[in-house]
Design a protein around this ligand. Sequence first.
Ligand code: KG4
Ligand code: ZN
Length: 333
Amino acid sequence: MSEQPLCILGVESSCDETAAAVVVDGVRCLSNVIASQVEIHARFGGIVPEVASRQHILAIVPTIRRAIAEAGVDWPDLAAVAVTRGPGLAGSLLVGVNAAKAIAFARGLPLIGVNHLEAHVYANWLTDAEIEFPLICLIVSGAHSDLVLMTDHLQYRLIGRSRDDASGEAFDKVARILGLGYPGGPAIQRAAESGDPTKLKLPRAWLPDSYDFSFSGLKTAVLRVVDRRAELGLSVEDVAASFQESVVDVLVEKTRRAAAEFGARQCLLAGGVAANALLRGQMRARAGLPVVCPPLEYCTDNAAMVAAAGHRRYLAGDVSSLELDVTPRLRLT
Ligand code: KG4
Ligand code: ZN
């Protein structure tokens, strides 16, 4: 018996990107529209929550309209609407959730509330890769650095997490210290390309006998070096390269060890920091088993990943009611 393809509209507004996408069967992306607010927030050196929610209000309807048009589908083709319900900024989340509710109500479609972190994980299913369980997934975003064991679809066990700054947050803060602007991750990666990481050895917080991470000490170490940069003969690029190397070294080593201890068959990367070229390269070189990374456009916030995760939840019968609320501090486990 051939089953009907499931066409899901994904909506994302948890932080500073208003996004909508149409994905078939959780794997085939027909459209992926992102209205970015980066330029607006860059003026403030970081995200201003009230500005973000107002921008979502302006962008949400045109973004959803474009996603439907670019996908070449029509409203009756949709099987469900999936939307990020947390974690994220409350005022931002509310815009996407209310838009998705309105669509679900008007079209009589199932509404699926999605965890943003789960969406980052499911961005990996938007590749051609054959994914096998058990696997270790390193989720590295602006607010999270989580090491997760997945034994099956939607089954997560938290193995380690950041005790202070998330890795993306560390990239953003260090970029600010170095005067490289916002968002920090891509700026540091760019600067590091012309830097020499061997000129400066920055600390690594190994936290023995734990898979947890800590990046605040590293940030403080950068702060101390910056004032004496000229005297030490270091360029901004050298410091950026050393910082990036230190973060990546810890992320890769802990993921490698966890994969070995828990008998993982694969390692997955997820979240904005998964776009980092050194992290992707080092993980592939050192993990000792197959590594799957989302394509770059699905690493940072987007709605295709929300539709992909929504598809899995839909198959599991995990449909939300129209009373769905946002949960700014929602966790994966
Ligand atoms: O997943 P994401 O788009 O948003 C959250 O859910 O937080 O992640 C954003 C984070 C930011 O901290 C940004 O600096 C970082 O991902 N990021 C990167 C790169 N691209 C984005 N960090 C390192 N290297 C990159 N190429
Ligand atoms: Zn994200």
